[in-house]
Design a binder for this molecule. Sequence first.
Ligand SMILES: [Fe+2]
Ligand SMILES: [Fe+2]
Length: 136
Amino acid sequence: MAEEKREQLLKALNAALGAEYGALWLLPQHMAQVEDEELKRQLKLIAEVELEHAEKSAQMIYALGGEPNADLPQLKPRRGVKEILEASVEGERKAIVLWTRAIEATDDPKLKKAFEDMRRDEEGHQRLLARALSRL
Ligand SMILES: [Fe+2]
Ligand SMILES: [Fe+2]
């Protein structure tokens, strides 16, 4: 892999990893406010998937000879279920953009497929959260 492409891919992966950290930092604070058991369960399932995404991203960074150097993004925990769901839908939208960037940063079919799978997870989260928001 050309050095420039590798650097670009590492950058994209670290950006995606940072977004996963953000979700993992916000989710427990948001879950703590949710009383609806079904919604709480869904947020927990999302958190488990984001944890997997974070691990996979770090694994790929190491495999590319890089270091996971993402920082926790500047985020503000929300108060209230509506605000939480709105911010979460937006967070998933950003994650979709970041995975799209990672997909575009590689020609490796295996990596592309792995990124597409993660993007599909985020699209599922976005739909689920938007549906919960529309039910309020
Ligand atoms: Fe994720
Ligand atoms: Fe997600």
